[in-house]
Design a protein around this ligand. Structure first.
Ligand SMILES: [Zn+2]
Length: 318
C-alpha cells in the first residue's frame, strides 16, 4: 500500500495558484486572439475603404479638370500652323489630353450618335451657312466648300468678307483679333485623327481594340467629317486659350460678332446638345440674317435650327 501524503494548507495554496495561473493564461490567450482579430478586421476595412475612396477621388478630380478642356480645342491647336506645328504644341497639350483620355467614364464630349438630333435632311436643303455639323451629323459626302484667304488662313468664301470687316472694325475699337484656325480639310482631319488613333494604341501597357482606340482618339481630335472647321464656316480666335473668355477681345466678339454674321458656338450650357464643351474662342458664321436672331434666342445652333427653322417648316409657316 502506497503512502500518500495529505496536502497541507501550503500545498493547497500552491495548487490554487497554479490552477489560477493556468486559467489566467487561457484568458489572456482568449482576449489576445479576440483583440488581434478586431485589429485585423479593422485594418482590412481601412485598406478597402482607402482603396475605394482613392479611386473615387481620382475619377472626380479628372472629371473636374476635364471640364475646361475639349477635343475641339486640341483639335484646333493641331491645325494652327499645319502639321509642322503639332509637335510644338505637344508639351502644352499632353497633360490635358491625358486627363481627357483617362476619363473613360465621361460622356461629355463623346455622345453616341443616336443622342443627336438628325440634321441630315436639313443639311441637304438649307442655305450653306446654316448647315449643322456635329458628332452625330457628318458633313454630307457631296459637300463642297470654296475658300478664300483671310489674314493668312483659309475660310469659306461666303464668310471671308464679313470676317475681314469684323477684324478691321475690332481694331478700330482697339481690339486685336487674329485667326488661329479656319477651314480644315477632311483629309487633314483624317490624318490628325488617324495619328491620334496610333498614339492611343501605343500608349500605356494595355492592348486596346481599334474601336476603343478610335473612341479615345475622338476625345482629343474630332472625327473626320464631324468638325465644323471642315465647312470653312468656323473660326478659332487668338490662340485657342482657355481664358479667352476673360479677355476684352472675347467681350467685343460677344457684343459685336452677330453684326458680321458670327455666333458663339459652344457655350457651357449647350454641351449636351452640341456634344462639345465650352470653347469661347470658336465662332461660327451663320450669316447676317440669322446671327442676331440666334444670339437673341439664347439657343445653340442645333436648338435654334431644330425648334425655329425646322419647326416652322413643319408647321407650314415657311
Ligand atoms: Zn474650333
Amino acid at each position: 500500500m502506497k503512502n500518500y501524503r495529505h496536502l497541507n494548507s501550503r500545498d493547497e495554496k500552491k495548487l490554487k495558484l497554479y490552477r489560477d495561473g493556468k486559467k489566467n493564461i487561457k484568458k489572456l490567450f482568449k482576449w489576445a486572439t479576440i483583440g488581434l482579430g478586431i485589429v485585423l478586421v479593422f485594418m482590412l476595412g481601412m485598406i478597402a475603404f482607402y482603396f475605394v475612396l482613392d479611386k473615387d477621388s481620382t475619377v472626380s478630380h479628372k472629371k473636374t479638370e476635364t471640364s475646361s478642356v475639349g477635343f475641339e480645342q486640341v483639335d484646333a491647336q493641331d491645325d494652327m500652323e499645319g502639321l509642322s506645328e503639332l509637335d510644338k504644341m505637344e508639351l502644352k497639350r499632353e497633360s490635358e489630353k491625358e486627363k481627357i483620355i483617362s476619363d473613360s467614364q465621361s460622356t461629355k464630349t463623346n455622345k453616341p450618335d443616336n443622342e443627336f438630333f438628325n440634321f441630315s435632311h436639313w443639311n441637304k436643303y438649307c442655305d450653306p451657312e446654316l448647315i449643322v455639323i456635329n458628332g452625330g451629323n457628318k458633313l454630307p459626302a457631296d459637300f463642297e466648300v470654296k475658300t478664300k484667304i483671310c489674314r493668312g488662313k483659309e475660310i469659306s468664301a461666303i464668310a471671308a468678307l464679313d470676317l475681314e470687316q469684323m477684324i478691321i472694325d475690332a481694331k478700330k475699337d482697339g481690339v486685336l483679333l487674329w485667326i488661329s484656325s479656319g477651314y480644315r480639310s477632311v483629309d487633314l482631319q483624317s490624318r490628325l485623327f488617324n495619328r491620334q488613333i496610333e498614339r492611343e494604341k501605343s500608349k500605356g501597357k494595355e492592348v486596346i481594340s481599334q474601336e476603343e482606340a478610335e473612341k479615345r482618339a475622338a476625345r482629343v481630335v474630332a472625327r473626320p467629317h464631324t468638325s465644323e472647321h471642315n465647312t470653312g464656316l468656323a473660326v478659332d480666335f487668338n490662340g485657342v486659350e482657355d481664358d479667352f473668355y476673360s479677355t476684352k477681345e472675347y467681350k467685343w466678339l460677344m457684343d459685336n460678332a452677330h453684326r458680321y454674321g458670327f455666333i458663339e458656338r459652344y457655350q457651357k450650357r449647350w454641351t449636351k446638345r452640341t456634344g462639345v464643351i465650352y470653347e469661347p474662342w470658336h465662332f461660327r458664321f451663320v450669316g447676317k440674317k440669322y446671327a442676331p436672331l440666334i444670339k437673341e434666342s439664347g439657343k445653340c445652333l442645333e436648338e435654334y435650327v431644330k425648334s425655329e427653322l425646322i419647326g416652322n417648316i413643319l408647321e407650314g409657316k415657311v
